[in-house]
Design a binder for this molecule. Structure first.
Ligand SMILES: [Zn+2]
Length: 99
């Protein structure tokens, strides 16, 4: 078993989190994907209204609400499906229609 890492040995609480997840002080979450959207807006000069985000979980909702277009792909929670403009259930490539 040399060189292999069992999942039980991985402690996700010790995983480093990129600073951009924390930069803009989301009121709901300490580490928030909406902060990453704000970072992209600032660094690349893009408008959030022109961006499309795709997510499936509760931790994606802030990001999905922060961009002009939003897609839930096989959402894991009703709240995620309700936060977006489009829900996709079968093929992720269908997101290309919304670009
Ligand atoms: Zn947030």
């Amino acid at each position: 078993m040399h060189g292999m890492l069992r999942l039980s040995e991985v402690d996700s609480a010790k995983m480093p989190v990129a600073p951009v997840f924390q930069e803009n002080g989301c009121a709901e979450r300490r580490f928030c994907k909406a902060n990453v959207v704000a970072h992209i807006v600032e660094r690349l000069g893009l408008a959030a209204e022109d961006m499309l985000s795709v997510g499936d979980g509760l931790n994606d909702i802030c990001m999905l609400k922060a961009t002009g277009k939003s897609v839930a792909f096989q959402p894991k929670a009703l709240e995620t499906a309700e936060a977006v403009q489009q829900v996709l259930s079968s093929n992720l490539s269908e997101v290309l229609a919304f670009i």
